[in-house]
Design a binder for this molecule. Structure first.
Ligand SMILES: *Cc1c(COP(=O)(O)O)cnc(C)c1O
Length: 390
């Protein structure tokens, strides 16, 4: 376990007088009651030193904000209704008509769809850069570039970027960087130590861990930047419910245990799949030969941590229908997006349709590990692989 786990469990929290339990209470309110008119007139809804309105925070959401900031090694945190809303919060706060945002070519898909629609409609341009090539990023940064998103590894194709080099390029050009840290989850590496200005995460994944909450976070280490993000957050009406915040608070103390278990299980199953003749390519950054393995080693090698995700590219002799039949034959692995919950999942992706530059012809399947017994999951893979013998 890391210090983060201890800090998440022994977090400063003062329970109500006479009730000395370490578990936080759940507060829910659409508003608070002011003692008199003078207090309403004196209210400063922009400050989080006090409570003014449910949307702007309750003791429960303030506590979760503090804990997520602790997890990421940051100072300030905003909570939003989904991971995608966290991406939108950053884009809306920092970009204006005429600006441009740069996204890695393997960016979380809906982040690109947002750029292609709302951002484009508002006169904000975007370009994709090669996340494995800092020189390509450098060549694309221009006077209009106001924000660069970084994300590593790509959550489907799993190539691990040279994060510090990418961030260095942005620093040299004075451009803000925002990291989508859903994969690292604040455990595998520290986004701020890597030089990022903003670290967002889909709390939907590992921090929730239950597959039953949608939430996102936007963490910073700079008051001024936080305030810019917070004002947009307030103006667009982003808020999270008390019960959802409580569900994440309840899951945080076990997060590192789950992350480590899912990491171990993923490596065990990835290794098994790598040895199969049906598989042309294993994509998992902790494995030698996987794209960007050396970059993973540099950033996460000391902690030796990776999320419980891997992809395989099946040999091109197997048509899509046969790979689909493999996925359909799995019994414990369910077919579905997302990750970090108790149920193991698979999704096939048509990468050539998504990424014209992709060099492999076979069908890609992404596996996300839940919390089942890895031996049972291995047996499930073995029985489903029989579809390739037919
Ligand atoms: C899931 C995910 C998101 C979005 O999170 P939601 O809560 O599902 O909106 C963003 N980035 C990455 C890398 C993700 O995996």
């Amino acid at each position: 376990m890391s210090k983060a786990s201890t800090d998440l469990i022994h977090h400063p929290y003062v329970p109500p007088a006479g009730f000395a339990a370490p578990q936080p209470g759940v507060y829910k309110a659409s508003t608070v009651i002011f003692p008199n008119v003078a207090a309403v007139r004196a209210r400063n809804w922009k400050s989080k030193a006090g409570y003014t309105y449910g949307l702007h925070g309750t003791p429960t959401t303030f506590m979760l904000e503090e804990r997520i900031a602790t997890l990421e090694g940051g100072l300030q945190c905003l909570l939003v209704p989904s991971g995608l809303a966290a991406v939108a919060n950053v884009d809306f706060a920092l970009l204006a008509t005429g600006d441009e945002v740069l996204l890695p070519a393997n960016v979380y898909g809906p982040s690109k769809v947002l750029a292609e629609n709302e951002l484009k409609r508002w006169g904000i341009g975007y370009q994709l850069y090669d996340p494995m090539d800092p020189a390509d990023l450098r060549s694309r940064i221009g006077s209009r570039t106001k924000l660069v998103w970084v994300e590593t590894p790509g959550s489907v194709t799993m190539e691990f970027a040279p994060l510090a080099d990418l961030v260095q390029v942005c620093r040299e050009r004075g451009v803000l960087t925002a990291l989508d840290n859903t994969w690292g989850a604040g455990l595998a590496f520290n986004g701020f130590e890597a030089g990022c200005d903003i670290v967002m995460q889909a709390l939907t994944k590992y921090p929730s861990g239950g597959g039953d909450v949608l939430m996102g976070s936007v963490v910073t280490r700079d008051d001024e930047l936080h305030v810019r993000l917070k004002f947009t957050h307030m103006r667009v009406g982003y808020g999270v419910g008390g019960n959802d915040a409580e569900a994440v608070l309840r899951s945080l103390p076990s997060m590192e245990v789950r992350y480590r278990a899912q990491d171990q299980a993923a490596r065990q199953l990835a290794s098994f799949m790598q040895g199969r003749s049906e598989v042309a390519l294993l994509l998992h950054p902790a494995f030698e030969g996987s794209p960007g393995h050396a970059h993973w080693q540099a950033l996460c090698g000391q902690r030796d941590l990776a999320a419980g995700l891997f992809s395989v590219v099946f040999d091109e002799r197997y048509p899509t229908a046969q790979v689909d039949a493999f996925c359909d034959s799995l019994k414990l692995f369910k077919i579905g997006y997302s990750w970090g919950g108790p149920v193991s999942l698979v999704v096939p992706y048509d990468i050539p349709a998504m990424r014209p530059q992709w060099p492999h012809k076979g069908v890609l399947v992404r596996f996300s590990l839940g919390l089942e017994d890895p031996a049972d999951l291995m047996a499930d893979l073995e029985q489903a692989l029989q579809v390739f013998a037919r």
